[in-house]
Each structure stands twice: as structure tokens, then as C-alpha cells.
Design a protein around this ligand. Structure first.
Ligand code: HEM
Length: 188
């Protein structure tokens, strides 16, 4: 690993730091249909440095930890961690995430600058059980009872604001449920 200060994090550079937001909206599966939860959260993105794979692929790496609490009772109801990785040679962004339900995934995608002076970065990544590259791994119980089949995530990052929207398709309670989350976070 190179000195983490000297690494070029490309489109991920603007993520580094601590973010918080209280405008979260979660739509989650429920035996009766769906539940809608308003939430607040914090995400800490830390620069890790870079790694070399097979002496040829160099990835710049950022670790994150996301803690999500319900506004109604301040309980943590989602806890997530993982890495964002940037492959400058292939211009690919990767997002690995783990949630403590026995589910993890590796999503891949691209980024674009929303304006020509690079004030805002747009990142989109996806994973699917049907995709040969970007895959989802889950426990036998989850495969049987609450199987995640797809994950799509979009981030828009400016200097001060990080907004994201994500959709997780879950087969649960005899149907396919569109589990969605979105929030707008402010740099702390
Ligand atoms: C801010 C992000 C997220 C929040 C706030 C959130 C919240 C929730 C909530 C409240 C439930 C219902 C739990 C219950 O009452 O049983 C749920 C279910 C579920 N979530 Fe999420 N979730 C988030 C992101 C994700 C992600 C990224 C994944 C997977 C990639 C995921 C996978 C699942 C699965 C598989 C279930 C079904 C389990 C069940 O309902 O018993 N969620 N989530």
C-alpha cells in the first residue's frame, strides 16, 4: 500500500470525511405489505490507501461505516460497512457492502462529472444475482426467505452535499419487494 495521503482517489476523493443527514426515507418489506421509516444517519468515509492485485491492477480504497437510526425512537435499524474502490485504468468504481443480516455484495459501475468544472460527481453501481461480474452472497436462510436479487445505487456528491438513492430487490413474503432508501447528507 502507498501512503494514503499520496493516493489519487479519483471520483471517490470527494467522499472522504464525515457526513450526516436527517432526511432519510426507507421503504422496507413487512408481512402486511410495506413499512415506511423516516431516519437519520451518519457515514464516515476513511482513506485507506491503494492495493495492487496480481501485480497489475491498482485500486484506490476508501472504507466506510454507516449507522442509521429511526427518527421515531432513535434505535439503530441499519448498520452497514464496506469499501469503495476506484480502478483508474478501467475507469470502474466498485462498492463492496456487508450488512449484518447475512448479506454482502460487490457492485460495480461508472462515474460521471455532472458539470464540466467537476463540481459534482455522479456515481452509479449495481449488483445482481443474474450478473456474472457483480454478485450478491447471502446466507442459506436469506436465500430461502428473503433473497436479495438486485441492488442499484446512485450517489451525487458535491463539496458539501452527498445525496444517494438505492433500490434493493428482495423476494420475501411470497412476492418481489422493491426496498428503497434515500437521504441527503451534509459534510460535517
Ligand atoms: C439505509 C439503508 C437501509 C435501511 C434503513 C434498511 C432498513 C430495513 C428495514 C427497516 C427492514 C425491515 C426489517 C423488518 O422489520 O423485518 C429491512 C429489510 C431488509 N433489508 Fe434493508 N435497509 C437498508 C438497506 C439495505 C441493503 C443495502 C440491503 C441489501 C443489499 C438490504 C437488505 C434487506 C433485506 C434482505 C431485508 C429483508 C429482511 C426482513 O425484512 O426480514 N437493506 N431493511
Amino acid at each position: 500500500m502507498n501512503d494514503k495521503q499520496l493516493v489519487d482517489y479519483g471520483p471517490l476523493q470527494s467522499l472522504i470525511g464525515t457526513w450526516a443527514g436527517d432526511k432519510g426515507i426507507d421503504v422496507a418489506p413487512d408481512p402486511d405489505g410495506s413499512e415506511r421509516n423516516l431516519y437519520y444517519e451518519s457515514i464516515v468515509f476513511s482513506a485507506i490507501g491503494d492495493v495492487t492485485n496480481a501485480e497489475s491492477q491498482v485500486l484506490s480504497v476508501i472504507h466506510y461505516r454507516q449507522i442509521v437510526k429511526r427518527i421515531s425512537n432513535h434505535e439503530v435499524f441499519h448498520d452497514e460497512t464496506g469499501y469503495w474502490m476506484w480502478d483508474p485504468k478501467e475507469q470502474v468504481v466498485m462498492h463492496s457492502l456487508v450488512i449484518p443480516r447475512g448479506v454482502c455484495l460487490l457492485a460495480g459501475g461508472k462515474y460521471s462529472e455532472l458539470n464540466d468544472i467537476g463540481e459534482s460527481v455522479n456515481i452509479e453501481v449495481s449488483a445482481s444475482i443474474f450478473d456474472k461480474n457483480w454478485q450478491i452472497i447471502q446466507s442459506p436462510f436469506m436465500q430461502e426467505n428473503a433473497r436479495t436479487t438486485e441492488f442499484h445505487q446512485k450517489l451525487i456528491i458535491t463539496n458539501k452535499i452527498l445525496s444517494f438513492a438505492e433500490t434493493t430487490m428482495v423476494e420475501i413474503y411470497g412476492k418481489v419487494f422493491e426496498h428503497t432508501d434515500q437521504n441527503e447528507l451534509i459534510r460535517q
